[in-house]
Design a binder for this molecule. Sequence first.
Ligand SMILES: Cc1ncc(COP(=O)(O)O)c(C=O)c1O
Length: 529
Amino acid sequence: MPETAVRGLRGATVAVANTAEAIGAATKELVQALLAENQLELESIASIIFTVTGDLNAQFPALAARELGLHHVPLLCAQEIGVPGSQPRCIRVLMHVNTTKSQKEMRHVYLREARALRPDLPGNGAVPDTGATPAGASEGQGALASSAYVGPRPRPAIARIEPYEPGKPIDEVRRELGLTDIIKLASNENPLGPSPKAMEAARDALSQLHIYPDGSASALREALSRKLGLPMEQLLVGNGSDGIIKLLAEAYLEPGDEIVCAQPTFSQYAFAARLMGAREVLVPLKDMRHNLEAMAAAIGPRTKAVFICNPNNPTGTVVTEAEFSAFMKRVPREVLVVLDEAYYEYVEHPENVQGRRWVEDPAHNVLVLRTFSKIYGLAALRVGYCMGPANVIAELRRVQEPFQTNALAQAAALAALADEGHVRESQRTNQEGKRYFYRRLEELGLSYVPTEANFILIDIGRDSRAVFQELLRRGVIVRAGAAFGLPTHLRVTIGTPEQNERFFAALAAVLGRPFANSGHGSWREELSR
Ligand SMILES: Cc1ncc(COP(=O)(O)O)c(C=O)c1O
């Protein structure tokens, strides 16, 4: 039996107002979040010291702790030293708990604007994807906080979730900067747009908008079943792969459960875990690639699923068949392995793991996610699908709302799937664009991660937020790497030849670096050389 010892936990939050209700609600949320995050019960608490900033004097936080049932636990409240510029309406805790875990395993919890106090903790440093200042996230919430709203208390689990910050929309940049000619290379969309056949199908479906869509997307599933050679009961269509990730969480995750995923990777896996009060166990990439050995080692008794993003967003790297096979030997049968193949159609690597083949084999618990948002160019319609064991698909169907995929999306996806010419053209554009990127980056002396997707991670060797802003001013929207914990990187979607040229002209100007072989003609000429 591991020995129980007293360990220390720190945390902080912010009350929405200096009222007894707001202080009570914030305190309860913080104490409960600390317990949930560390899988502890109220009985584990040995003592708590609360401190508050000088602007919170309507109530002792300890009273809220008593209301939670901590009658025999020593509690102390104190007012903090009034340091100029400190976080307003802040409640801090130092909690001592009895646990068998080591001090190193203790997870401190910072909620709401107080997250900005500890950017070093996983999840807290999440600056907006737009590359805005790190303070941006808390300022956004500051507006809410100052409204002194008192109402129903949200589930403590959701306080760990930051609203998703998408790539900056073109219209917003147009408004903010007064620019007209803008290109968006921030969200890995297909620069060629949707297939004309998909657009026509969506237009045809318009006259039936008064009819509910087919809740089981049977026509689309049938077409997928034929294409993939899998029975219909192994396929599910959803509201984007995002929608399916959420279904997975709702069907399988309970508070205290764990998922394992890489760091950095696509943000929605951790979101889904947090939503359900589960914990994301983040395994750092090794040389920008999934470290499957470490991920297998991170699987514990509470692990329900391992998410592998292949190719990985934001690095564009893939897992090979051999690596995946070795990994699968170490994964217990009760754990679901989710392969997110959002960028599957772009992959050129000959040894890339083929998720579909693993799904085919009933001996494995592998679920593959695919989407119509990327190469099929239908991101705005929100349609994705998954293939997996029939049992898993059946569980996902239980939690899926009746009409999750809308009728236009289903019609357009069906037509897009059949338009193989458009897919091939998109692949070709991406492959040529990728090679153009490599060449230009080498000319600029910038290092990058060779990519198997339709985006590329570039290391510009200094804080990329300023570069992001400068590119924005020139009408080029990319993604700053700080959102992924890669502060010197930019993630750039590979665009059309013209967009790519424009990106490099802007980048070279911003960095003040001429191309090593400047004077060359267009990229097409260069490629043909
Ligand atoms: C790896 C990955 N999975 C899933 C998605 C979301 O796809 P969808 O639009 O189908 O929700 C994205 C979008 O960026 C992604 O990068």
